[in-house]
Design a protein around this ligand. Structure first.
Ligand SMILES: [Cu+2]
Length: 170
């Protein structure tokens, strides 16, 4: 609300200044039993959003990692809806008319179950009022899946169960 009014007054001059609207957000990942399994720190950049993911206690192996369309995490996390997809694209970076804005590369979790990684997602925004803002009317969530995203099966990537969920919060 505050930012949109600010933009309305200053317009393009403000948009050119990264520091004027740098924003951050945070998401706390829980598994279906409610156990804390990591955090995601999100930072707005002029080129999309940088996500810094810190996982712990996630099963070793390859896992799909997405932004989902609804900011609600009720086990088994169907509450988070489908992939965040404001552009009405097909799923996956392998799809000619893809990907969803919420599609991101798979995670490789080592035997320790701990992983720290930074991922840039140029297709989403933290800025309210933008068409690709994760802070839309129903919010957004981050999901880690049991299986791997095949980058092409529409609309899910055939990634299996949702094993962790985090509401993206300001
Ligand atoms: Cu997903």
């Amino acid at each position: 609300m505050h930012f949109s009014r600010f933009f309305a007054v200053l317009g393009i001059a403000c948009a050119a200044s990264f520091s004027a609207y740098a924003q951050t957000a945070k998401a706390s990942l829980k598994d279906a039993s409610g156990k804390d399994v990591g955090t995601v720190n999100l930072t707005q950049t002029p080129h999309g959003v940088l996500l810094k993911l810190s996982l712990k206690g996630i099963p070793a192996g390859e896992h799909a990692f997405h932004v989902h369309a609804v900011g609600k995490c009720e086990p088994p996390f169907a509450s988070a809806g489908g992939h965040f997809n404001p552009g009405a694209k097909k799923h996956g970076m392998a799809a000619a008319d893809g990907p969803h804005a919420g599609d991101m590369p798979n995670l490789y979790v080592p035997a320790s179950g701990e992983l720290v990684v930074e991922i840039a997602n140029p297709a989403i925004s933290l800025v309210k009022g933008q068409p690709n803002s994760v802070f839309d009317a129903d919010g957004s969530a981050i999901i880690v899946h049991a299986g791997v995203d095949d980058y092409k099966t529409d609309p899910t990537g055939n990634a299996g169960d949702r094993i962790a969920c985090a509401v993206i919060a300001e």
